[in-house]
Design a protein around this ligand. Structure first.
Ligand SMILES: Cc1cc2nc3c(=O)[nH]c(=O)nc-3n(C[C@H](O)[C@H](O)[C@H](O)COP(=O)(O)OP(=O)(O)OC[C@H]3O[C@@H](n4cnc5c(N)ncnc54)[C@H](O)[C@@H]3O)c2cc1C
Length: 236
């Protein structure tokens, strides 16, 4: 798996700050961009975000290249609708060999690895034979598995990214999409540390787990928090 931040909005944090000032200043954004310092923007942005006015960070956008992940994983990623995607086509690309992801649970199990690799080889051979017999890649690809390697370009704005991270950095997300999300977060944080200061699984900013009994135990569930609060109130 390879995750690269290809492009991002220049001065992403300042731009979001200027957007915040635009809503409550007599000056326009052009003047605010020139007159407001990064420090002023950071301070005001923090305040506005604490009010829950998150639309201002939609002006900051980030484009990633995610390579050699499985089709199972991209299927999960593209469920996030507030984003733009371009994915390698299995219709137009004729594959010389099947590249595939091996889940760690299978890699670490000798018997499972054997079954898995045999199945990949079979799929690969079937694809080759279909292509040799004149079938187009767009139809031959039907024998390819969910594990097939693919490449995808993803553009999300900062608000959509925060939402993506809240769901996909959570231990409830599958290991592969979680790895993608964690690598994307590392890259985004390098560019905009303030925007992504509290980014991560929902519990990181909520300080409780919204997954209830399905949670990993890192944070108490809302129910546990409330029960704790009631007990404390009764004690006092
Ligand atoms: C752990 C986990 C397990 C999952 N399991 C399943 C599963 O078993 N089956 C399955 O089908 N999916 C599953 N999903 C996918 C999930 O249901 C969402 O489709 C996916 O996480 C995208 O989330 P989203 O819709 O909030 O994001 P986005 O599509 O990026 O949307 C962001 C936000 O915009 C708003 N929005 C977007 N579109 C609309 C709309 N049409 N109407 C109203 N508001 C909108 C919502 O507030 C939404 O939260 C799973 C996801 C996770 C993280």
């Amino acid at each position: 798996m390879k995750v690269t931040l290809l492009k991002h909005t220049a001065d992403a944090e300042k731009l979001a700050g200027v957007a915040a000032f635009t809503s409550c200043s007599p000056e326009g954004s052009t003047e605010l961009m020139e007159t407001k310092t990064k420090e002023q923007c950071d301070k005001f942005l923090k305040r506005v975000l604490n009010y829950g006015h998150h639309s201002v960070i939609e002006h900051a956008s980030f484009t990633f290249s995610v390579e050699d992940i499985s089709r199972a994983c991209t299927h999960q990623i593209v469920r996030h609708r507030i984003a733009s995607y371009t994915q390698q086509s299995q219709r137009y690309v004729k594959f010389k060999e099947l590249g595939f992801v091996i889940p760690p649970t299978i890699k670490n199990n000798e018997e499972a690895s054997k079954i898995y690799l045999e199945s990949m080889e079979q799929a690969s051979k079937a694809y080759e034979k279909l292509i040799e017999s004149g079938i187009k890649p767009e139809d031959a690809r039907y024998v390819y598995p969910n594990a097939s390697h693919t490449n995808i370009m993803i553009t999300m704005n900062a608000r959509a990214l925060l939402h993506f991270f809240s769901l996909r950095c959570c231990t409830r997300a599958q290991w592969e999409v979680r790895q993608v999300a964690e690598l994307m977060l590392i890259e985004a944080k390098k560019i905009a540390p303030q925007l992504f200061e509290k980014a991560g699984a929902s519990c990181v900013h909520l300080e409780y787990c919204p997954e209830g009994s399905l949670g990993c135990g890192r944070y108490p569930s809302l129910k546990q928090l409330k029960e704790g609060a009631i007990k404390d109130a009764n004690r006092n």
